[in-house]
Unconditional design. Structure first.
Length: 255
């Protein structure tokens, strides 16, 4: 039997300011797929691990939210997470050919003795007018393996968790007037490691988007959006190449 308790305390210092403190214990059992099935995955070829055990995670979080005035709100939180027997894909040094142009690394989900993750996140909401709203968010986190060795005997101690960017930020602006809406967004993802040895680095990227829509008398709805306006193509942590700039259009007519 697994128990995952959570305890939280919320303090209202004033109608516009509150703080909270929370503790949570998480538990994740291994899946049958990781324990029993060999096969292709996006990052390589997965080897089953019948000895894979459950992981446990303890998380502490402290945060606040404040209304500076009726138009501006801000919220921030800081967290520390300690993982024991953390389930993590580790390359065993072998490669196999399963089709395509390249060999695929053989990977196995194993239990890492100790992982430490800590960081902070801040978000801001500003509505200077009823028709205009601005949102912004920034997150920083440090995810590190504190104690582990993989099946090849190479120590992973001090390595960063793969596929976890240290910096992330986003922003959006939206303007509404009667039945018309226009908006723009921007998202930044910092560099991250794509492998357990931290040898393959995916560089930081920025994506932009715009959208306009109109809803006329709740009968005709028109929408046009464009993603990656600057056409900054990139390769993600799974090895997939982004589609670059693309547009979507939709028309809905109700009768």
């Amino acid at each position: 039997m697994a128990v995952s308790p959570r305890l939280a305390l919320l303090f209202h210092q004033s109608p516009s300011f509150k703080t909270y403190l929370s503790f949570a214990h998480g538990f994740r059992a291994p899946t049958l797929d990781d324990m029993c099935r060999n096969g292709n995955i996006t990052k390589g070829f997965k080897k089953a691990n019948p000895l894979l055990g459950p992981e446990n995670l303890n998380n502490f979080e402290l945060g606040y939210s404040a209304g500076v005035n009726s138009k501006l709100k801000i919220a921030q939180s800081a967290f520390v997470s300690a993982g024991n027997e953390f389930q993590y894909f580790i390359a065993n040094g072998d490669s196999v050919y399963t089709g395509g142009n390249n060999l695929k690394p053989v990977m196995q989900r194993q239990n890492i003795s100790n992982v430490l993750i800590y960081g902070t996140e801040v978000s801001l909401s500003w509505q200077p007018f009823n028709s205009l709203s601005v949102l912004a968010n920034y997150a920083w986190n440090h995810a590190e393996i504190r104690s582990s060795e993989n099946s090849n005997g190479r120590s992973l101690e001090g390595k960063r968790l793969m596929e976890v960017p240290e910096h992330q930020a986003s922003g959006a602006i939206e303007w509404r007037y009667k039945w018309f809406m226009a908006g723009a967004s921007l998202a930044y993802t910092g560099k991250l490691f794509a492998d357990d040895d931290n040898l393959i680095v995916n560089q930081a990227r920025t994506e932009t988007g715009v959208r306009v829509s109109a809803n006329y008398h709740e009968r005709v709805y028109l929408s046009l959006s464009m993603q990656d306006v600057l056409n900054n193509r990139y390769t993600d942590s799974k090895g997939n190449i982004s589609p670059g700039r693309f547009m979507m259009c939709s028309v809905i007519w109700k009768w």
